[in-house]
Design a protein around this ligand. Structure first.
Ligand code: CAA
Length: 247
């Protein structure tokens, strides 16, 4: 397996941390972004203790200018162009649509969907020039099936796969694959923030009978990155314990 330069956005979060750890373990040089420097430093210390070296750069994926600076900083520190991009950063602002503010809509669309433009745009040209690249969007089961209280999130997550399948077509001849991973409910802070009674009802709908583990999502992301996956592009891999089996 070649060692590549990888940027995982939102790498300090629940699923992001597992993706970062897995990519480092696979031998890649991995960077992620942060907005809160103190929180990021504490996270980096935990990673260092676990023997996981990570490059941290400041960057707000919801902003185009900040995303360009972030991508250039990663390339400068790691000494080459970004070859693997995992658009993983995401937030929720759950509320029923009739109560949703414009800000709650925009925060989620900017961070979850517009970030795909903001972060991918500064890295795509060098991937095309070098004729190799791997791009993975972390979408969600709720982009596939919708979810009560998540009109903003489901719209953004569904949009991410529209982005994937268009980018996949445009870049297939350039050795770049573009795929989506759609996790179901994984045991992260984001899911644990759902009220306990609501969460219990959701878990009861999962045939496997439990929440997912972040490592189970990282495993799927890694699957898309190797040479053997060169013919897999425009795919959406649902990993949800059987919670949603649409096709
Ligand atoms: N289907 C139908 N009706 C529902 C419903 C559902 N799924 N959920 C709630 N309702 C009903 C309730 O029964 C209630 O009805 P009554 O007034 O008749 O009793 C009514 O809707 C109001 O519900 P709530 O009390 O829940 O309303 P609320 O305003 O307090 O909360 C909510 C709404 C914030 C959306 C809350 O229900 C919630 O947090 N839901 C979970 C949303 C969710 O799944 N988020 C996922 C976060 S994790 C993530 O996003 C990661 C990922 O990718 C999977």
């Amino acid at each position: 397996m070649s060692s590549r330069i990888a940027l995982v956005t939102g790498g300090t979060g629940g699923i992001g941390t597992a993706i970062v750890q897995r990519l480092v373990r696979e031998g890649h040089r991995v960077a992620t972004n942060y907005r809160d420097a103190a929180k990021a430093e504490a996270w980096r210390a935990r990673m260092a203790e676990a023997g996981v070296p990570v490059t941290l750069v400041a960057g707000d994926v919801s902003r185009p200018d900040s995303s360009v600076d972030m991508a250039r900083a990663v390339e400068k520190i790691l000494g080459g162009p970004i070859e693997i991009l995992v658009n993983n950063a995401g937030i929720t602002r759950d509320t029923t649509f009739h109560k949703m503010s414009y800000q709650q809509w925009m925060d989620v669309v900017n961070t979850n969907l517009n970030a795909c433009f903001n972060v991918t745009r500064p890295v795509i040209e060098s991937m095309r020039e070098r004729k190799w690249g791997r791009i993975v969007q972390i979408s969600s089961i709720n982009g596939q099936k919708g979810q009560y209280g998540q009109a903003n999130y489901a719209a953004a997550k569904a949009g991410m796969h529209g982005f994937t399948i268009s980018l996949a077509q445009e870049n297939a001849r350039f050795g770049i694959t573009v795929n989506t991973v759609s996790p179901g409910y994984v045991g992260t802070d984001m899911v644990m923030a759902v009220p306990e009674d609501v969460r219990a009802k959701i878990v009861a709908q999962i045939p496997v009978g439990r929440l997912g583990k972040p490592e189970e999502i990282a495993h799927a992301v890694n699957f898309f990155l190797g040479e053997e996956a060169a013919w897999i592009t425009g795919a959406n891999l649902a990993i949800n314990g059987g919670h949603y089996m649409g096709w």
